[in-house]
Design a protein around this ligand. Structure first.
Ligand code: WTA
Length: 734
């Protein structure tokens, strides 16, 4: 047996005569998925020397303690933080079983603390980190950058907190945030946390690899979220460049506030507008010339000039105020509001399979503890690290691992406004070299995009500062994992594939870089306090090697506490299917070594470029078009996005399926949900495959979208001829 080549010698015997036949069969073993999955990557020794969890045995010992003695484990972890009233009594109280009463989970209830005090004042006052850089802000253009120390951040947060109080915000009020990746975004979140207001960040300026431009949610989606949380203030910005594209955030915000009026819920009293794109652009020649434009101002319209483009900032003098006008003049002192450990910290919306987004609610102390601890261990954080997470802060990844987790550890983070391919495809690598980034965290979709350009743009830059790489958001295919490990990490940086959800608050299945042997494509093993189980369709727990539903048996401090204003939906979404367990909605396989491999969603959700979308929501948007009689949306694999949307549309009798109609339908989805949800494929479907009881068989549609001819058992279909018709209309190209 040579490398990659297998020779087989076979003997064949005939029944009557003995006939010896030598067959030499040469099989070339092409390194396939299985091969790559099976190679194990061990932690580098130099990382282990100084690590918080330096080997596998220490991981096992800590994990064992977190499960067997959870009260002591979390009480010890809590000691690092400042408590106005210390946790006493029982640390953890919970009920995960719907048959025994309401679902609830509480950590350290009764203790009093403040998130903002712990991530800022504690660092500045107790740990003497006032001069340490909290954020290295890197703008859309490399020439735009700014550093913010912990001391400066604290002062700015206090000013903002005072300004919010002046606008009438009180403890428990909800504040909507629709900001780009700028320091004011973190400042606003922390200011809310300081005064006990609940932030709801609605911005999702995401990486959209195919177009590398803004692809957040639309004004209607923003409105839906503002109305659901009944926000009293909206904080936004004049505009922002993403790559070459200018996004007029204020205009989108205005449209959203109009929709709120139309929905009969005009709760927003004040709209605070950060003058960002014009002000921060100053400093470059190009922009200096244009500064003059900022002074052309009337009460109704404000013109901003930047890059020779005039944008109109619509203005409502009664409602709108410039951030700079109300924040800059405020005092640098603001006493924190001491909150109960279980008081709400923020709401963050995530897609729901019914189509209506769910406002996931997190509370103060458990979230602080969990994001802080996972950040410290999963990235093996040390004082001299420069850490960079490329996610948007408006995504849970940004909340937990750009804002709260890193700040709680006194970390220095890069805060990046731009996109991976602007002004050139080596931008990420350039930023890593520029700041000496040692821990880097991004999404598989970004890796697949950058992989397309080969190793040359990576090799142009000095990436020797890197020590740990991370991924999040979707399963990472082994090819992308290996490229990340070899081309970016130069074979010496472990890749931590972190599985978690908006709902889990922080990493739940994840390697620890100096402790866990890695298998490309596997999120490996549970974090401390997390007890994963795999269940079959009947809710029976499967042992050993198994595949089924991924569920968790007990809460950990960072788990969501509910869906804002909807306990019933909270229980039915996560706890009713398998009483006694939190149900993730993901499928999972456990291999012979006990490693976990996420296999994808088990519900009607799709993961497009690491962002969850609900098929029902897209179907709802398409159905609003006058030509549409019926519609069904399924996922189809996509080389960059992981998955993309494939829509089957049945038209009303009088309508014709044309190219223009397809464009109109795509436009409808963009307008209702946002560019992230734009379907790649829209196919004419004269009929849909339905069971006799009228239920659409999505499995069949998924197979048609993927051109899988072997459809298995179709006996439950009311009319199986429809399948051939759908195959004949199949979209071959996007
Ligand atoms: C998927 C993102 C495989 C999964 C933090 C989950 C992953 C959903 C991984 C949550 C991973 C996230 N491997 N799948 N490492 N990380 N997912 O709420 O389907 O935006 O349920 O939170 O993303 O997405 P969400």
């Amino acid at each position: 047996c040579k490398t990659n080549t297998l020779y087989l010698d076979m003997q064949v015997r005939c029944k009557t005569n003995t006939l010896y036949l030598d067959i030499h069969l040469t099989v070339m073993v092409v390194p396939g998925r299985q091969d790559k999955e099976e190679k194990i990557y061990y932690p580098p020794e130099d990382l282990q020397m100084n690590a918080h969890v330096p080997n596998f045995n220490s991981y096992l010992a800590l994990y064992k303690r977190s499960i067997e003695e959870p009260e002591e484990f979390w009480r010890d972890a809590a000691q690092e933080f400042y408590w106005k009233e210390s946790p006493s009594g029982q640390i953890l109280q919970f009920n995960f079983d719907v048959t025994k009463g309401n679902i609830s989970m509480k950590f350290m209830a009764g203790a009093k603390t403040n998130m903002c005090y712990n991530v800022l004042d504690r660092n500045v006052l107790d740990r003497n980190l006032g001069e340490k850089v909290a954020y290295l802000w890197e703008g859309n253009l490399p020439a735009h950058h700014q550093t913010i120390t912990y001391g400066q951040l604290l002062k700015q947060v206090c000013r903002c907190a005072n300004a919010l109080k002046q606008t009438g915000v009180k403890k428990g009020d909800r504040v909507a945030i629709y900001l780009p990746m700028i320091p004011e975004l973190v400042v606003t979140m922390l200011a809310c946390a300081r005064i006990g207001a609940v932030h709801s960040a609605v911005v999702r300026l995401i990486i959209w690899p195919c177009y590398s431009q803004f692809a957040g949610f639309s004004s209607e989606s923003l409105a839906e979220r503002i109305v659901d949380a009944q926000c009293s203030v909206l904080v936004t910005a004049d505009g922002v460049y993403r790559g070459e594209k200018l996004i007029n955030l204020k205009q989108i915000s205005d449209e959203a506030l109009e929709h709120c009026q139309e929905k009969g819920s005009p709760t927003v009293q004040k709209c605070v507008v950060v003058k960002h794109h014009a002000l921060r652009a100053s400093g470059t020649d190009e922009c200096n010339k244009l500064q003059v434009g900022l002074n052309i101002m009337s009460t109704l319209k404000i013109y901003n000039l930047y890059k020779n483009v005039v944008i109109l900032t619509p203005w409502n003098a009664e409602r709108d105020v410039w951030w700079q006008d109300i924040v800059d003049s405020e005092s640098e002192q603001c006493d924190p509001e001491w909150l109960d450990a279980e008081d709400p910290l923020f709401i963050l919306y995530t897609s729901g399979s019914t189509g209506k987004p769910k406002g996931v609610l997190h509370t103060v102390a458990g979230y602080l503890l969990y994001t802080s601890l996972t950040f410290k261990y999963v990235f093996d954080h040390h004082h001299d690290d420069v850490y960079w997470c490329t996610a948007d802060i408006g995504w849970i990844t940004g909340h937990s691992y750009i804002a709260y987790g890193p700040l709680a550890n006194g970390a220095t983070s890069v805060l990046f406004e731009g996109v991976p391919v602007y002004p050139h495809v080596g931008r990420y690598w350039e930023v890593i070299e520029k700041y000496g980034v040692s821990k880097f965290y991004t999404a598989p979709t970004a890796i697949r995009l950058l992989m397309k350009y080969g190793r040359e743009p990576v090799e142009k830059y000095d990436l020797s500062s890197l020590r740990v790489l991370g991924t999040v958001g979707e399963p990472i295919n082994p090819e992308a994992w290996l490229w990340y490990h070899d081309a970016v990490g130069q074979g010496r940086c472990p890749v931590v594939d972190t599985f978690w959800q908006t709902e889990t608050g922080g990493h739940v299945l994840t390697p620890l870089p100096a402790a866990t042997p890695l298998k490309p494509g596997s999120a490996t093993l549970p974090f401390f306090g997390v007890q994963p189980c795999i269940l079959n369709e009947h809710g029976e727990e499967l042992q050993g090697e198994a595949e089924g539903y991924l569920v968790f048996r007990k809460p950990w401090p960072g788990i969501m506490r509910g869906i804002y204003g909807n306990q019933e939906r909270f229980e039915s979404t996560y706890f009713r299917k398998f009483p006694g367990f939190y149900v993730t909605g993901d499928g999972c396989r456990r291999d012979k070594d006990g490693y976990y491999w996420i296999t994808g969603r088990m519900d009607d959700m799709l993961n497009v470029s690491g962002h969850l979308l609900s098929t029902a929501e897209v179907e709802g948007a398409l159905s609003e078009h006058a030509a549409v009689a019926e519609v069904a949306v399924v996922g189809r694999p996509h080389p960059l996005k992981g998955e993309c949307l494939y829509c089957f549309v049945t038209l009303k009798d009088s309508h014709e399926f044309t190219h223009d109609l397809v464009e109109e339908l795509k436009g409808k989805v963009r307008e209702k949900i946002g560019p992230i949800a734009t379907p790649d494929f829209i196919q004419n479907a004269p009929g849909l495959p339905k069971t006799r009881s009228g239920k659409i068989m999505r499995r069949v549609l998924r197979q048609i979208a993927r051109n899988e001819k072997d459809l298995g058992d179709l006996s439950t279909l009311a009319d199986s001829k429809v399948v051939d018709v759908l195959f004949s209309y199949r979209c071959k190209t996007a």
